[in-house]
Design a protein around this ligand. Sequence first.
Ligand code: HEM
Ligand code: HEM
Length: 226
Amino acid sequence: MPDVTPSRVRVWDLPTRVFHWALAVSFLGLIVSGKIAAGAMPWHARFGYLVASLLLFRSIWGFVGGRWSRFGSFVHSPRSILRHVRGHGDPKHAVGHNPLGAMSVWALLLFLMAQVATGLFSDDRLEFSGPLSAFVSESTVKLVTSYHRYVGQRVLIGLVALHLGAIAYYRLRRKQDLIGPMLRGDKQLAFSAPASRDDLVSRLAAAALFAACAGAVAWLVSLGPS
Ligand code: HEM
Ligand code: HEM
């Protein structure tokens, strides 16, 4: 039974936090390995498969995970986004992702998915080809590789810069610490709010779900030439 407390509330369950920090580290690994290229592509692919598993996990966790990690809790109307930007938003929207933060989360998740999907069909014509590139035509490989290389990576780097800039803005201007809750899970609130479920059973279920997602990605990759 989720507890209802007026002050300290578990907002980000452990699986969401592990998802986030594993994603952040893998993203750095992908940029570095993608840029080094020579000799680093096997690592690029490993980080890419990890991100694919994380995104698949998060897509399901968004329906069955802790209350504030559920997608339904951070779908906001353009009106409430506008009110939030003007500083007249509903304070209850600050429990999970606020209306502006939610937009950046959706954009990050969608472009990360596009980057992983195009990576699987990309070919650097030197030493590495994505495991599914053998299943599509040469012109498709060319098209998705140029998206992966020139569009997707730039959009993502831009979105991550905005993400970090927004977090710094909330810290410095609005005196709101968003990083602490993403590390420790709890938020200090001035009103009561229901907590996200984050007990041993839900954590074990998340671990099993992640293992199944990693298995599904490994199976997909195994379809390609070894
Ligand atoms: C040191 C670097 C980073 C810090 C300090 C950081 C911090 C945070 C914080 C505080 C939140 C919660 C925002 C909120 O309260 O609404 C968040 C959410 C998120 N961040 Fe980051 N972030 C970092 C790097 C990244 C990177 C590199 C990515 C992806 C490429 C990323 C993707 C996300 C996503 C997808 C969420 C939503 C989490 C969820 O609901 O599952 N972050 N981040
Ligand atoms: C979110 C996940 C990913 C990110 C952020 C990412 C990022 C990058 C970056 C920054 C580059 C270097 C582009 C340049 O030369 O400037 C690159 C190249 C490449 N990536 Fe990824 N990547 C991801 C996933 C994947 C996956 C899953 C695969 C396939 C297993 C893959 C395959 C490739 C290939 C083949 C190239 C070389 C393309 C070329 O230079 O012709 N990537 N990626």
